[in-house]
Design a protein around this ligand. Structure first.
Ligand SMILES: Nc1ncnc2c1ncn2[C@@H]1O[C@H](COP(=O)(O)OP(=O)(O)O)[C@@H](O)[C@H]1O
Ligand SMILES: [Mg+2]
Length: 639
């Protein structure tokens, strides 16, 4: 089956559109996806900065409390007088007001004087503590994140040891660990020197807060950074503090809604943050949801990595955003594609409609309806084509009409000639026998007569006229002859030459200038040479008579333009033939010559001979200027 032009056009349009559409979609989706994810990552990076500030503020807050408490006047007296009761009372007030987990006073050597929560264990040095020794040596307030061992916690406050204790919860992607529990605590701690009236160092005050199960910082991050926004019932933003790789303070929730304390960070984050000390920003599966997460190490006062600070934004929101953006984008692309397809359809129709009309018109023409014309439309190349088509149709019609007329004439002519021929042959036959009898009896009478008989002259006239009649009858019979010519391969130039040489010497040709323009490469043609010679003789004689003994005759031979026949052309400068006679000159007995001079059979006989050779005779003539007779004979005679 052949595909229509429209299908081809539309499919190629479609192919282009689909390829472009697909390319745009793939690139677009990637761009949208990448943009949204990288935006989310930027966001989480700034969120981590905010979280770090909040965390630092917390350290500064503890430092400030200790500095202010250390400057209070009751302390110096109490230290000097070892008035532990007053200190304890005051400490408990401060501790409650500022919600401090630890608050302890030591003397200038680091020996503990009073612990707010544990009045029994005293007199023991805290000089080994990094913060305490730094505060004593620099006489400045120092604060930092520190790890506090269980024994220390027990000394400060047995409740703290319990708060710090966390049992590991198995976490699928965490780094495998032999330990199953966590007994130490991560604290934000500060130490401040205490000075006497004279400005001498009299002691050191230290205190701080446990981070284990203390949600103050992480919830503050959630509230300030994420304003507690929820998405589909889940908190958008989450924050976590890790001690090592263990979640000790978080607002990431487990399935049952409880905080995911005791779960651990994934191994890859462990390697990047805890081992290499680098931040980690990527999507991460935290407990039970995907987050766009940011992690960075938490270091102690010596710069050792002891934990991780984490913030994460629920990825679902961004995924939904991305989905929505992609749907919108796809919608636009699809709509564009649809519009392009429709437009291409219209375009194809625009091109094809006129072509269809042309095809229809051509079919009409081929079917013989030469009157069909295409209505004009638009002003482009196709309109031009239509115009040309109409022009072609017009000239076709004209030619067709001419051809019809010509054939009509030819048919009429040959029919007429055939009828006349039959008639003439019939008459000739009937006349031939009586004429023979007339001649025979006249000859007999002449033989019987004396030589000097006066009637003899009349009888000889009878013989002369009867002989003339016999000649005419013979011509008539020639004209009507139905027998096929005896053909053999002959050279038209040779036959012409023979005819001319017989005639040239006659008186009629004395002043006729004969020009020969013979083609030397004229092919031989199958023909009856004596009959054809008769044709040439008739035409040459007519020409000599037309120029009336003075003028020119040009005889030319050549191969016809179509290459399928030879042409013998006779052009004279004689009287020419009038328009009305031109149609009749091939009729038997048509003559313009005086009675006795012409019989009007020469051209009729010639016509019959040439026709039997499957050839034609044509005349062009102008009255007073001359005539041209063209005999055309086929080179190969088809059966
Ligand atoms: N070469 C010619 N120039 C002018 N008229 C011609 C020529 N040949 C033929 N005719 C015309 O055609 C007529 C018929 O010619 P044709 O059949 O040979 O008969 P005829 O020669 O006996 O008249 C002529 O009478 C003449 O009028
Ligand atoms: Mg003649």
């Amino acid at each position: 089956m052949k595909t229509s032009l429209k299908t081809k056009l539309v499919t190629s349009f479609l192919a282009v559109i689909i390829i472009c559409g697909l390319a745009a979609t793939v690139v677009g989706i990637h761009l949208i996806g990448d943009t949204i994810i990288s935006q989310a990552q930027d966001r989480v990076r700034t969120d981590l900065n905010s979280a770090r500030h909040i965390y630092q503020d917390e350290i500064h807050g503890v430092e400030a409390i200790l500095r202010l408490t250390a400057q209070r006047f009751f302390l110096e007296n109490a230290i000097l007088e070892r008035d532990t009761e007053t200190i304890k009372m005051e400490f408990n007030r401060v501790r409650k007001r500022e919600s401090l987990d630890i608050l302890t006073l030591a003397d200038e050597t680091g020996r503990v004087i009073v612990r707010a929560q544990n009045p029994f264990i005293n007199d023991e040095s805290q000089e080994h503590d990094e913060l305490v020794s730094r505060a004593l040596s620099t006489r400045e307030v120092v604060g930092a994140t520190v790890i506090v061992a269980r024994e220390e916690l027990l000394k400060e406050d047995p409740d703290l040891a319990e708060q710090a204790y966390i049992k590991f919860i198995p976490t699928p992607r965490a780094k495998p660990s032999l330990e199953t529990e966590q007994t130490s605590a991560m604290c934000i701690k500060a130490a401040a020197p205490v000075f006497g009236y004279d400005g001498s160092l009299v002691g050191v005050l230290y205190g701080g807060n446990l981070l284990n199960r203390n949600y103050k910082i992480v919830d503050k991050v959630k509230e300030t950074v994420y304003q507690g926004v929820r998405y589909k019932g889940k908190d958008i933003g989450t924050a976590t503090i890790f001690q090592g790789d263990l979640r000790i303070s978080t607002n990431v929730k487990q399935e049952d809604g409880s905080r995911a304390i005791g779960t651990r960070v994934s191994e890859e984050v462990y390697e990047q943050v805890l081992v290499k000390g680098l931040p980690w920003i990527d999507r991460a599966f935290v407990v039970n949801n995907w987050y766009i997460a940011a992690y960075e190490p938490i270091k102690d006062i010596k710069g050792k990595i002891i934990g991780i600070l984490y913030v994460g934004i629920l990825e679902e929101k961004f995924m939904d955003m991305r989905k929505k953006a992609i749907v919108i984008f796809l919608g636009i692309t699809l709509a564009g594609m649809a519009i392009a397809v429709i437009t291409s359809g219209f375009l194809a129709d625009g091109v094809l409609q006129p072509i269809k009309r042309l095809v229809f018109a051509s079919q009409q023409l081929a079917g013989g309806n030469l009157d069909y014309r295409i209505g004009t439309f638009r002003g482009d190349e196709i309109a031009e084509l239509a115009e040309t088509f109409n022009l072609m149709a017009s000239s076709l019609k004209e030619r067709d009409e001419q051809l019809k007329e010509y054939t009509q004439q030819q048919i009429m002519k040959s029919e007429r000639l055939a009828t006349l021929g039959q008639l003439a042959a019939g008459v000739a036959h009937e006349i031939n026998n009586p004429l023979g009898a007339v001649l025979m009896y006249t000859h007999l009478s002449l033989e019987e007569m004396e030589a000097g008989d006066p009637r003899r002259q009349n009888l000889e006239k009878v013989v002369g006229e009867a002989t003339r009649c016999k000649d005419i009858v013979k011509d008539l019979l020639d004209f009507a002859r139905q027998t096929e010519p005896k053909v053999e391969e002959s050279d038209a130039n040779e036959i012409l030459e023979r005819a001319l040489s017989l005639l040239e010497n006659q008186a009629l040709f004395q002043n006729v200038k004969i020009t020969r323009v013979f083609s030397p490469s004229l092919p031989k043609v199958m023909m009856d040479s004596s009959q054809i010679q008769q044709v040439f003789t008739n035409i040459i004689l007519n020409a000599a008579e037309a120029v009336n003994g003075e003028g020119g005759l040009t005889v030319a031979t050549r191969i016809a333009l179509d290459g399928k026949s030879i042409e013998i052309e006779f052009t004279d400068t004689g009287c020419g033939v009038s328009q009305e006679n031109l149609e009749k000159i091939f009729d038997p007995f048509f003559t313009t010559k005086q009675v006795g001079r012409g019989t009007g059979l020469g051209l009729a006989v010639s016509y019959g001979i040439v026709a039997r050779h499957k050839g034609t005779i044509n005349v062009k003539s102008e009255l007073g200027k001359g005539s041209t007779f063209i005999v055309k004979l086929p080179i190969r005679r088809e059966a």
